[in-house]
Design a protein around this ligand. Structure first.
Ligand code: ZN
Length: 367
């Protein structure tokens, strides 16, 4: 059992960790209760639970469709997480080439269609092909064919739902990428985001007069669209800006053979949490706050910096802030990038400083 924040690692498939969010089992509980209330039988509850289990297996395959396609373009996937509302493949970055972005986005729903096709063939062979009206989710005829039919319709519904042209759905990415052929990425994202928020408004209004679930979906789409637009805005702000404009130049360093007590002193005296480690004036590594705390637990104040330091990530002063932000957001371990000029440490950059830089830029441009 390995927990990361609110998620539990289920396993590792095709080199990608699969996580389950802590709230995910609640969905099963809810479905179990709903089917119990509707059918009043244990068979009914089992039907509901296995239906959701099979559906989420398809959701996992859908996410692997995105992840493995991205891998073909050299983009790794940090993890895939199962949430009660669906799956989420966290790619290290989005493809910059709109053609690749379209293919990555489409390969999720394509997996649904492929599974649906297989189910369709199976149902055809077993002679279970009825019309949609035969399927009544509230009182399912508890037969294998009706089970497969329910799954088939749900998978097709999800594929269509995913193609709604609104972030964070796959259709939103396809729309943005298609717009990118004709305009700048930021403008394309803005347009795609406002279309997404219009869709959210329509869903929300429809939900108010009908299905409350639609209101929830509307909120979800609205937040997704806003996040995407905000992300693109930030990326444009940082693009072609050298890190030397934003880096921390007033910082303290640790010596390789110093005791951990010095790291404690620096942590308490300043605002930085991670520190570069020097040996004879040359950068040899970094220590993160997490490593310092672990070191203190294991070795106490007299432990050595050398034992807890890790390899430093470095960049030149003219490195693009946008790409450094990407690096900082990518790895959970990378919280500090050391800026080297001709082998000498001249600055540091971390997420806090980039957001300070962004706030200053925003204040200046608001004048
Ligand atoms: Zn998808």
């Amino acid at each position: 059992m390995q927990w990361t924040g609110w998620s539990l690692k289920v396993g590792r498939f095709a080199g990608i960790d699969l996580f389950m969010h802590a709230t995910f089992p609640l969905l099963f509980l809810w479905i179990g209760v709903v089917y119990w209330l509707q059918t009043g039988t244990l068979t009914g509850v089992l039907f509901g639970l296995s239906f959701i289990a099979v559906l989420f297996l398809c959701v996992v395959l859908h996410e692997y469709g995105h992840a493995l396609t991205a891998r073909r373009y050299g983009i790794g996937t940090r993890h895939i997480t199962l949430l009660p509302i669906g799956g989420l493949a966290t790619l290290e970055r989005m493809p910059k080439d709109p053609r690749q972005e379209i293919v990555v986005a489409l390969m999720g729903p394509a997996v649904n269609i492929a599974i649906a096709f297989v189910l369709f063939i199976i149902l055809g062979v077993t002679g279970g092909g009825g019309s949609a009206e035969d399927i009544d989710m509230a009182s399912p005829a508890l037969m294998p064919t009706s089970f497969l039919q329910s799954v088939l319709f749900a998978i097709i519904f999800l594929a269509v739902f995913n193609m709604i042209p609104a972030f964070p759905m796959d259709g939103g990415r396809v729309l943005r990428a298609a717009l990118c052929f004709r305009m700048e990425r930021l403008r394309a994202t803005r347009i795609a985001a406002s279309i997404g928020q219009s869709v959210a408004l329509v869903f929300g209004l429809a939900g108010l007069f009908g299905n409350p679930l639609l209101v929830l979906i509307a909120v979800f789409i609205w937040i997704g669209a806003a996040a995407e637009a905000g992300g693109a805005e930030i990326e444009t702000q940082l693009h072609h800006k050298p890190v030397s404009r934003a880096m921390i130049t007033d910082f303290k360093t640790l010596k390789r053979h110093a005791p951990l007590s010095q790291a404690v002193d620096l942590t308490l005296a300043g605002t930085l949490k991670d520190f570069p480690v020097l040996d004879d004036g040359k950068l040899v590594g970094v220590v993160t706050q997490r490593a310092i705390l672990r070191g203190l637990r294991d070795h106490g104040l007299n432990g050595s910096i050398e034992d807890i330091m890790t390899e430093a990530i470095t960049a030149p002063p003219d490195a693009d802030l946008a790409s450094l932000l990407e690096t900082l957001q990518q790895g959970e371990d990378v919280q500090l990038i050391c800026i080297l000029h001709k082998g000498a440490l001249v600055g540091l950059i971390n997420l806090e400083n980039i957001s300070e830089y962004l706030r200053i830029q925003a204040a200046l441009s608001a004048r």
